[in-house]
Ligand binder design. Sequence first.
Ligand SMILES: Cc1cc2nc3c(=O)[nH]c(=O)nc-3n(C[C@H](O)[C@H](O)[C@H](O)COP(=O)(O)OP(=O)(O)OC[C@H]3O[C@@H](n4cnc5c(N)ncnc54)[C@H](O)[C@@H]3O)c2cc1C
Length: 460
Amino acid sequence: MRNLCWIRRDLRLHDHFALSQALKSGPTLVTFIFDEEILSKLKNKSDKRITFIYDSLIEIENELQKKGSSLLVRYGSPMEEIPKICEEFKITKIFFNRDYEPYAKKRDEAVTKKLKTLGIEAENFKDGVFFEKQEILTGSGSLYKVFTPYKNKWLEKFDSLEKFIPDYSCNLKNLYPYTNKKNILATNWYDIIGFKETSAPLHGGTKSALKLLEKFGTHIQKYKAERDFPAIQGTSNLSVHIRFGTISLRDMLRQGFSEKNEGSSTWISELVWRDFYQMILDTHPYIEKESFKREYDQIKWLGKDDHFKAWCEGQTGFPIVDAAMRCLNETGMMHNRLRMIVASFLCKILLVEWRKGERYFAEKLLDFDLAANNGGWQWSSSSGCDAQPYFRIFNPYTQSEKFDENGEFIKKWVPELAAASKKEIHRPSGLLFSQYPQPIVSYEANRVKCLEMYSIIKKA
Ligand SMILES: Cc1cc2nc3c(=O)[nH]c(=O)nc-3n(C[C@H](O)[C@H](O)[C@H](O)COP(=O)(O)OP(=O)(O)OC[C@H]3O[C@@H](n4cnc5c(N)ncnc54)[C@H](O)[C@@H]3O)c2cc1C
């Protein structure tokens, strides 16, 4: 008996459901496939996410070597590579954690089917979310489409389980003993997959994830008060780690439930939002291409290509928007409050279809996650399941005054405004700021146009 644990967006060796079960049942080899289908879609061959993954795999390899094993790395189609590995190593069973994205679901089904024809069993596990689709249902047994009642039910169910958070510990003594000449330390996999190593603002791997979690734990009680201010380090910064699974959701929930205050309960709410969006994508896979509320696909977007370009480049003449976009372009990160401001600005002030912004975020965000990104964009554009009403339009000037009062964040990313006073920074005008673009549209006029553009919804 020999098992294979296939890791994908769960790049860690602790609290890992599939790995813990594989190790319990027999000697286990761990594998990671650089999926050519996913990589071929990344236009930037110096994508920082590849470096984050690579660093995480190096940490895993070091841990495995200490236990006399090694990570089996391959590049290609998992449909081909997984069966090949199974044959080569005489694997009898494979274990992996579930992924709820449409492509991943199709891929996993195809791999499982192919393995079956070879007489190899495949088992999958719930690991990336706390509750899955059939676990949180309304009284009449249907799925929730609104967040607050979903969250209440989530918490109720959690209470009914006596707040038990399992820890799927992994007994690495049961790893399959293996020396691997093509391991990630000995081979330049960047060359093989056609990418370049780059500098990522966050180091991959579990050690740095746990350090961030520990640091966040020292100020989690202030989360509710500080989470909306981009110039303050008020949030956990764990999204990239949870996206690639260098930390487990249960690690985060344990931290959240370890204390009882306004900050920790607000943070737990955000983790429940994450489960909610995963459930929505899992159960409504059409949202990858269409609006959750399908009538919103009838909107005729009036926006111009050059305005979209200015938005991407942080050259709109709206300081808070430009600072946020320049920060994204440089670091691959953007604060949640800023994501809401720039998303609302793109579709409701520049009148550009939200999908263009969604795609741009998907290319740039280190923490890009289809479920959360799609959820965030559909929320902002009002087309989503529990979205902002279409007539709610963020005012970029007042948002800026409220959440970056002294212009600290703006000044960091828009040096043309370094000399602006607290009063001028949010809506600069005059010769002193001639280096900075004039607003490309009028907020007040386009707000009216937006309401007209969206009025088709009422007629639909
Ligand atoms: C337009 C838009 C696009 C977004 N795209 C993504 C994305 O691609 N990937 C992503 O992880 N988040 C996305 N978000 C949600 C949110 O902005 C980020 O999760 C958050 O900024 C990450 O920072 P943090 O780790 O410090 O979060 P914290 O505030 O510390 O929150 C902890 C964790 O909760 C989860 N979380 C927080 N807010 C949300 C949310 N609204 N929806 C779902 N999960 C949430 C994340 O996993 C986050 O790491 C998007 C939001 C919007 C409005």
